[in-house]
Write a new protein. Structure first.
Length: 667
């Protein structure tokens, strides 16, 4: 049609695939969105969630104007105000807080609602502004912290193999990852490998849609992955299949780690993991005899007390087998370690060092010392642990809460001021997938509706209204993007803003095939550092008392929501079929539970209600219920995070969403 424009963009959501998309604009309106068929990784396919993104931008419940609370906190009662009124009230309140309590009384609480390097959690939005005020730092540990720390400890970086190289793997271990729900574009490369004879194994406590499609499924006990890795390596050593040359040239600490492996024979590992000993041995033999082996692990695998150790153990496998030498060999967790943008948070703007507050510790750290909570790109009432205590803390009358949002989430209900935020088709951003090797550009396709502002523009206007004079606070989005690309790292050679705007995406300047650790590691010694001491850290559920709450709860990603994004979309809510809890037939029979029955899932932290689905997709002793449902739209006004404890993993203070004990009873 004449007059149509094709605008190149990228999905901003918390998914490894970061799809390239094309928005068709006609008459100033976005009329169509499709995946970009030219992108080598995402190849034109969008997920079931993002296929409804344009519909979401036009939703009737979209927030379009600044609002001030008029009812009690938590009531969600607001009145419309102007931007000038909002900025004036914020300026007065922030000045008073800084003058009376110091800047550290402000907690900028940023989440993964967008992974953009301009507008989202990955980059610069708001960082300079908060540093000028001396606000507390925010430790964004909710997603991948334990795994990142574990991989960095052993490899020097969380970066690993190029996911496209799974097409060259001959044994693929999909370990703690539901590829067909969370990052489905990898499946094309898995299929390519299968066509060439690869064997695909899913290691997962749940028989997910991915496990259903694998050649083999190992229903492991939650949190025991490191033990299984050690058991598989025990078989590799018994077969004499270790790559001694690679171990000698490129690793350190091998002899001590070898002794740790030998303490985990298959019979012991079977007891720990709940897997049949013969299955452990069989997979160990396959690993010993199959080159190359590619391991795909994503964030769910490290959300327990031993999450960092789990990734360390998995990363040891390709070092022992020497698979880092081979295309299709290694482990892929997050390619973010290969992204070398110049993310300058301008720490020089801080007058003095400030404290750090931890994202998943909101329930305990949102104490009287915090006078302002500023939430953007996050929905902590819906997504953070210990939901009930968070709600109690947000009721404080002396806490000034500002939420920048697109919809009236559960967190918005507790705000004093709400600022309307743009969505991805309405602002400029720079992205990098953490599941592929490309940078992507998002050009705004249409103007923002109502009075919505981008995150960067909101902070520019607020800085101006407060009379701040630091020049960098007013850098334009294009200037910020140019700065991000100015690191000088070889992986960015030839990549410019102009090129990205023209082409939409550019592969990092790295070889193909990409063998990041064939000849060494980015550690001080240039070698992989095998862990010293115990390599398996058991989950809390393995050591905690289980008399009153005997079932292990895991809270995997939904196929229809992305965290809590889309949790208010009517069609996706319909497809989700509401909150459900999967219960093994043996556990259901012992509790008098039947499919379709309403049940109460509870522990000492709280409870939520869900419809029972009796199924063998979960092993005995394990129940599962997906995250992402909104509290206000759920039966009983509670969600899974009411029973998720506020605990830390072994490394990085990572979250432990899959490490909780519950009981299930008829509601």
């Amino acid at each position: 049609m004449s007059g149509e424009l094709q605008i190149l963009g990228a999905c901003p959501l918390d998914c490894p695939d970061t799809c390239s998309w094309v928005v068709t604009v006609s008459g100033g309106e976005a009329v169509k969105m499709r995946g970009n068929p030219d992108h080598p990784y995402t190849r034109g396919a969008l997920c079931v969630k993002v296929n409804r993104y344009l519909e979401q931008t036009r939703a009737a419940d979209r927030l379009l104007h600044p609002m001030r609370r008029v009812g009690p906190k938590g009531s969600g009662e607001f009145e419309r105000i102007t931007w000038d009124e909002a900025l004036e009230e914020i300026s007065v309140r922030l000045r008073a807080i800084v003058d009376e309590h110091g800047g550290e009384a402000i907690w900028p609480y940023n989440g993964t609602g967008s992974l953009g390097y301009l507008q989202g959690c990955e980059g610069v939005a708001g960082r300079r502004f908060w540093n000028v005020l001396g606000a507390s730092r925010h430790h964004l540990n909710i997603c991948s912290a334990a795994g990142n720390a574990g991989l960095t400890e052993i490899n020097g970086t969380p970066g690993g193999m190029d996911p496209e190289d799974f097409a060259s793997s001959r044994l693929i271990l999909l370990w703690g990852t539901n590829t067909l729900t969370s990052g489905h574009h990898l499946w094309k490369f898995v299929q390519d490998a299968r066509a060439a004879g690869a064997h695909v194994v899913a290691v997962d406590p749940i028989r997910t849609r991915t496990a259903e499609q694998a050649d083999e499924h190992l229903p492991i006990r939650p949190g025991t992955d490191a033990a299984l890795a050690l058991g598989l390596l025990h078989v590799v050593l018994a077969e004499g299949a270790e790559d001694r040359d690679y171990l000698e040239r490129h690793t350190e600490g091998w002899e001590a780690f070898r002794e740790e492996i030998l303490r985990h024979p298959p019979e012991r590992v079977a007891e720990i993991t709940g897997l049949p000993e013969e299955d452990v041995r069989a997979l160990g033999l396959r690993l010993a005899r199959t080159r190359p082996t590619g391991i795909r692990a994503t964030m769910g695998i490290q959300r327990h007390a031993g999450g960092g150790a789990a990734l360390r153990a998995l990363a040891a496998i390709p070092a022992v087998t020497g698979d880092w030498r081979r295309p299709g060999g290694g482990i892929a967790y997050s390619t973010s370690g290969h992204i070398h943008l110049d993310i300058d948070h301008r720490d020089d703007l801080l007058a003095r060092p400030v404290r750090t507050l931890t994202m998943t510790r909101l329930a305990s750290e949102l104490d009287e010392s915090v006078k302002c909570l500023w939430v953007y790109g996050a929905n902590p009432v819906g997504s953070s642990p210990d939901q009930n205590r968070i709600r109690e803390r947000l009721l404080r009358e002396d806490l000034f809460t500002v939420v920048m949002e697109q919809f009236a989430t559960d967190t918005v209900d507790y705000a004093d001021l709400v600022l309307p935020a743009t969505m991805q088709t309405e602002h400029l951003d720079l992205h990098a997938g953490y599941g592929h090797m490309y940078l992507l550009w998002n050009e705004p396709a249409v103007p923002p509706p109502g009075e919505c502002l981008s995150t960067t523009e909101t902070f520019r206007r607020l800085a101006r209204h407060m009379g701040l004079t630091e020049p960098s606070l007013f850098d334009s989005d294009l200037e910020l993007a140019e700065q991000l690309l100015s690191s000088g790292h070889p992986s960015l050679d030839g990549i410019t803003v102009d090129r990205l705007r023209k082409e939409g995406w550019v592969r990092l300047s790295v070889p193909r095939p990409f063998l990041p650790f064939a000849d060494g590691f980015p550690t001080p010694s240039g070698r992989l550092r095998f862990p010293s001491g115990p390599a398996y850290v058991p989950p809390r559920t393995a050591t905690a008392p289980r008399e009153r709450h005997p079932l292990v709860l895991v809270t995997p990603a939904s196929h229809t929501f992305l965290n809590t994004t889309f949790g208010n979309n009517p069609e996706l809510r319909r497809r989700s079929k509401g909150p459900r809890v999967l219960v093994n037939p043996a556990d259901a029979a012992a509790r008098g539970l039947a499919s379709g029955q309403r049940a109460r899932v509870f522990n000492d932290g709280g409870a939520f209600e869900a419809e029972v689905e009796v199924t063998e997709t979960v092993r005995p002793g394990v129940v599962a219920s997906t995250k992402g449902h909104w509290r206000k739209l759920s039966p009983g006004g509670s969600t899974v995070n009411a029973v998720v404890g506020e605990h830390d993993a072994d490394l990085g203070r990572g979250a432990t969403y899959h490490d909780n004990l519950v009981e299930v009873a008829p509601a």
